[in-house]
Ligand binder design. Structure first.
Ligand SMILES: [Zn+2]
Ligand SMILES: [Zn+2]
Length: 339
C-alpha cells in the first residue's frame, strides 16, 4: 500500500505536523477505514493541548469521521469492506463489565476508549476503529454532512430525545453555534415547540431558517422571564460554554422541567429553591454510542437536518482547526481527504 498522510500532534500544545506513515493494519475486532471526511470539534483541543491524562504522543485527533471500511480484522462480524460508516467520540467498549451488561456502554468501566484521544483519529487518510464503534451511514447523506453529526449531531439529538420532553411541549436551545444550530433543527423536526436563545437581533432570520418557532435575544431581555412568558420550557438545552448564560436561563424551566447541560463549563450556580418547588432538575448528557450515532444519521437523512459547514482539505488542518477554535466558523469545520 502507498503511504498515507496524517496530521498529528507531536506533543501537547505543539503545532500540527503533516507527515506520511504506513497505513495501519486492523487488529482483531477492528477495521481500517479510508477516511472521506472528518469534522473538527472543540474537544479536539483535549488532544492538541494535552487536556486529558495519559494521552500518548504523537497522536492524530479527529472524532467526527465518515469513511469506507477498507480492511477488516479477524473476529469481526457484521461489517465488510466497502461499507460506508461513521466513528464518533465513543471509541468502543468492552461488552463484559457491569455497565456494558446493563446497557450503559457509555460508562464502560474497563477502558475509556476515545477516538482521536486514546487512539489515532480521522485527521488522516486511514484510521483504525473497533467494530463496535461503527455506525452505518444512509446512502442519501453526504460524508461531509455526516461528519459533524458524529459528535455535534449525536450530542444534541440524543440529549433532546432523552430529555423527557414530549412532542408538542416547549423546549429551548441556548446558543446558536456548532451545537445549537443542529439542536434547533432537531428540536423542530422532533415536534417540539422550539425556542432559540442567542445574543443579538441579527440571528433572528437564522433561528427561523433552522426551524425555531420563537427567538429570545438574551442580550436585550431576561431569557428566564421571556421563557416564562411562553409558559416555561420542559427542557432547556444549554449548548454554550458560558456558565453565566446557563445560570440566566434556569428560571425559564416549567414545572418538572430539566436543564440539559451539553456545553462544557466549569461550574454553574443552582437555584435550589426553584429545583425543589417545581421538581425541576439539572442533567448532563453524554453524546452516545455507535447505535445513537447511527440513529442520528438516519434521522437526519429522513428529516433533512444538515450541519452548516466550512470545508478544508486535510493538508490545511492547522488553519481549519484555528478557524474552528476562533468561534467564527459558520458553524462546523470539516476536513476532506479527497477519497
Ligand atoms: Zn466532539
Ligand atoms: Zn465495559
Amino acid at each position: 500500500m502507498a503511504k498515507m498522510r496524517v496530521v498529528q500532534v507531536p506533543q501537547p500544545k505543539a503545532p500540527f505536523e503533516l507527515v506520511e506513515r504506513e497505513p495501519p493494519e486492523p487488529s482483531a475486532g477492528s477495521v481500517r477505514i479510508k477516511v472521506q471526511a472528518c469534522g473538527i470539534c472543540h474537544s479536539d483541543s483535549f488532544t492538541k493541548d494535552g487536556l486529558m491524562p495519559g494521552i500518548q504522543y504523537p497522536r492524530v485527533p479527529g472524532h467526527e469521521v465518515i469513511g469506507i471500511i477498507d480492511a477488516v480484522g479477524v473476529d469481526v462480524s457484521g461489517w465488510a469492506a466497502g461499507q460506508r460508516i461513521g466513528v464518533g467520540w465513543h471509541g468502543g467498549n468492552c461488552g463484559y463489565c457491569d455497565s456494558c451488561r446493563r446497557g450503559d456502554a457509555f460508562a464502560c468501566e474497563t477502558e475509556t476508549l476515545v477516538t482521536g484521544v486514546t487512539s489515532d483519529g480521522g485527521y488522516a487518510d486511514y484510521m483504525i476503529a473497533p467494530a463496535d464503534a461503527l455506525a452505518r451511514v444512509p446512502a442519501d447523506l453526504s460524508s461531509i454532512d455526516g461528519a459533524p453529526l458524529m459528535c455535534a449531531g449525536i450530542t444534541t439529538f440524543n440529549a433532546l430525545r432523552n430529555s423527557g420532553a414530549r412532542p408538542g411541549e416547549t423546549v429551548a436551545v441556548l446558543g446558536l453555534g456548532g451545537l445549537g444550530h443542529l439542536a434547533v433543527q432537531f428540536a423542530a423536526k422532533l415536534g417540539f415547540r422550539t425556542v432559540a436563545i442567542a445574543r443579538g437581533q441579527d440571528k433572528v432570520p437564522l433561528a427561523h431558517q433552522l426551524g425555531a418557532h420563537h427567538y429570545i435575544d438574551n442580550a436585550a431581555e431576561d431569557p428566564a422571564a421571556a421563557l416564562q412568558k411562553l409558559g416555561g420550557a420542559k427542557a432547556i438545552f444549554a449548548t454554550v460554554t458560558s456558565s453565566e448564560a446557563m445560570n440566566s436561563v434556569q428560571g425559564g424551566l416549567a414545572a418538572n422541567g430539566t436543564l440539559m447541560v451539553i456545553g462544557a463549563v466549569d461550574a454553574i450556580t443552582i437555584d435550589a429553591q426553584a429545583l425543589l418547588s417545581g421538581r425541576r432538575s439539572i442533567k448532563g448528557w453524554y453524546s452516545g454510542t455507535s447505535i445513537d450515532s447511527q440513529e442520528t444519521l438516519a434521522f437526519s437523512a429522513l428529516t433533512g437536518v444538515r450541519p452548516m459547514t466550512e470545508i478544508f482539505p486535510l493538508e490545511r488542518a492547522s488553519e481549519a482547526y484555528e478557524r474552528m477554535m476562533s468561534g467564527k466558523a459558520r458553524f462546523r469545520v470539516v476536513l476532506t481527504t479527497g477519497s
